[in-house]
Design a protein around this ligand. Sequence first.
Ligand code: FAD
Ligand code: NAD
Length: 460
Amino acid sequence: MVMGDLVNEVDVAVIGGGPGGYAAAFRCAELGLETVVVDAYKRLGGACLYEGCIPSKALLHVAAVVHEAERAKDFGVDFGEPRISLDPLRKWKTERVVGKLSRGLAGVAKAKGVQVVGGHAAFEDSRSLRIGGDEPQVIRFAHAVIATGSTPARLPGFPMSERVMDSTAALELSEIPERLLVIGGGYIGLELGQVYAALGSAVTMVEMTDGLLPGADRDLVQPLARRCEKLFAAIHLETKVTAIREISGGVEADLAGKGTERFDRVLVAVGRRAATDGLGLEHTKVRFDGRGVVTVDERCRTTDPAIYAVGDVTGEPMLAHRASRQGKVAGEAIAGRPVAYDNVAVPAVVFTDPEVAWCGLTEVQAAREGRAVKVAKSQWAASGRATTLGRSDGVTKLLADPESGRILGVGITGPGAGELIAEGALAIETALLAEDLALTIHAHPTLSESVMEAAESLFR
Ligand code: FAD
Ligand code: NAD
């Protein structure tokens, strides 16, 4: 510390105002701890609110409306071709959706007495942080929570530019390119690829593995893959982009084994990296791996006794709801409560058309671990509700323990799968048996009946 530094002493300093950071800060404040959040942008919400979950879901809602209007032609209702006005669309996403939620979070922080400081934070040692920017100061803390999140992974040798975008740039929607190359067939590539396709771009997707959404069960991905085959201009699996060149008015990309193609823009969506660069972790006892992922135990404690970590910076799964659960655990642990992050099911939802959602054990994982499971499926072709929606392309699947009948995993593909998976997460967390799901009355006609019907099929 240098003489003359402005020094702020607090019980808890949280670095990063995303869903992990603000959940930790709010819980600490509720439990009577004086808490400050330091965020580079002096705002709460993080990547999730400003460049992730929320703006992407706002745009996916627009895509869903476009798709529904197209499908309505099957019932004899023709809305005509959509006319997209980018300015009002951007304004709605930024002001009415993101802005509204941002103001809401600022209000909650104020009500709970959580101070938000703007600036880049770096550890000076295990008890103090130096904050740069407009409000330079040193914050001395009893405990700190690292919640710095993640940033888009880069492809070595492919510099980003106006035409070569990461997800943050793609969400700005500066234009609708005629031809868009999407590198990566994971969460972001699929969600934003569908957004741009609905807005009128011809989308080419390149994925290096042999299937979209690697890691998810193939039977869940299949209806989405079929839909993408219709929506996208091309999908190249087991393909890598080996070079990208900026040319006049566009970009030229070499697709290994598939020649050279011209695009107007490129979206690079090849994963995210934990954000620990420049955080001064070398001045603490916090241990992290070669990819910057901070090691934590079940109470979200790092290897430095005063420092906790939550969210994307602690590695996979990099999901907002997992970050906020960890944030609450860290807050309670700091306040001395007996608590652990012992969740067995983190629901995953890909908000595409159709949605793909799963939680707990997957069939791929069961096979890899040599674990015996009973698998039950209910195809939506037999569902009354799915038929009234004109959507028979869904499937609901349960994985149960063959001896006890305990529900170990749930997977759902179809419209609304992201909402339906909540029943699966509850079933797994509360150790329900397949019989419990089969005997619970599910309203008719709803898509949720498919969960009951899949469970019933185990007893036939
Ligand atoms: P973040 O939200 O990344 O917040 C970290 C904050 O820390 C940022 O504000 C950053 O500016 C700040 N920061 C970093 N370093 C410093 C420093 N040294 N000093 C000061 N401040 C710092 N997840 C879902 O669950 N559902 C979705 O639908 C979903 N959609 C997504 C869509 C996209 C396009 C993307 C990119 C991600 C999406 N995610 C989604 C993932 C989700 O955004 C992250 O899992 C979540 O934001 C992680 O929260 P976090 O608190 O760990 O960190
Ligand atoms: P991802 O890990 O989901 O997908 C990346 C894809 O890129 C993979 O399929 C991978 O095989 C492929 N890939 C990697 N290198 C490649 C290369 N050189 N060429 C071609 N393909 C390549 O990562 P993402 O889509 O960037 O998303 C990052 C993370 O953000 C997700 O893992 C998730 O945790 C989070 N996220 C969640 C949601 C949601 O919850 N709905 C939405 C968006 C993002």
